[in-house]
Design a protein around this ligand. Sequence first.
Ligand code: GLY
Ligand code: MN
Ligand code: MN
Length: 442
Amino acid sequence: MIASEFKRRRRQLMRMMEPNSIAILPTAPVARRNRDVDYAYRPDSDFYYLTGFPEPEAVAILIPGRKQAEYILFCRERHPEREQWDGARAGQEGAVRIYGADDSFPIGDLNEILPRMLEQCARVYYAMGCNPELDKQISEWVSQIRTQSRAGVTGPLEFIALDHYLHDMRLYKSRSEIKAIRQAARISAQGHRRVMGACRPGLHEWRLEAEFVHECAMRGARHQAYPPIVGGGANACVLHYIDNRDELRDGELLLIDAGCEHDYYASDITRTIPISGTFSEPQRQLYELVLKAQEAAIAKVSPGSHWDAPHQAAVRVITRGLIELGLLKGSLASALKRESYKRFYMHRTGHWLGMDVHDVGDYKIDGAWRELEPGMVLTIEPGIYIPAGSKGVARKWWDIGIRIEDDVLVTKEGREVLTTDAPKGVREIESLMGGARRPGRG
Ligand code: GLY
Ligand code: MN
Ligand code: MN
């Protein structure tokens, strides 16, 4: 993402802010994994969206119309000794030169400088509840300022939810954001192809996780957008199964929900494949039902359609299909009314996708489902899950868990599926897995 795009976003936000206001946006803290080992650092998405600044310990400030500087970045100071160990820091000079801040101060000076900036402003745009430490500091500063009211200092009168504005901006993806998501989607699709080629009975779930992650990393995507879900048989019925440690058994299905992050943008793909390389008849019947539901849902993605339309389409197809297969009873109308599908399809059909896998943006506005508009990106991911022992369900359906998930961009004309490189037709999958049953591969 080029610097001018971050600048454009800051401008857009500043145009929306009321006069005499300040926005305060901290990045994410470093997360400790154990003792002196940290998780790979990932900046907060809102913060990064506005700044492009990748280092920890930073706070961005926007004060529209302020003469000396409208965009101030507090960040770490240069530190040659620490940089020798941990890598380069931009420092205050780099914050201005590389990241376009009008001014920059050491993060250690926040305590001293930010209260003075607050004093001058009537409104504070800030996302309360995301950073308890800064929440506390800000409320202390504000109450301190209020005690000085007799000295003529008025200070902030009003707090406004910054995330509300930012999240609406983030919902509409720019050309370069779409490019990043498209690239993440392409890489993940190649990962899914690789898994299909490598899958065979006797391997462990973690082997296929490794195949997926390897393919992504080899293509430049070192981070996953979320921990891969790789579940065979019964594990495919556990929606967020991430243990990925069991052996894959002949005759069962494998559900793999995995997507890389590329250039801070997520992809999110699920494929369900037969471990043997060929679907059994009951597996195929349910698989084709989920696929039909997914296609019906995708067809509902277009401008003017509302957020819930794809879900309703999927629910309708699944309910009708489950009745035809004898898994649900009664008429379509009564089954829909009773929502009896929820026993086998208990999640919704998708979510926004962007810098975060479950991306930001309201799904309803004033109580009504949001209309889809060009530039929005969402997933479409219906499924059917039938754990062993399901009462009143014939054994042939047990331990079948299926989800099919694609990433879809709303376009002016309708939609574009960004994840088509990952096969999902029964025949396509079986032919890609053609050699899966041959022993001794791998
Ligand atoms: N991978 C999480 C989801 O599909 O929502
Ligand atoms: Mn998803
Ligand atoms: Mn997923």
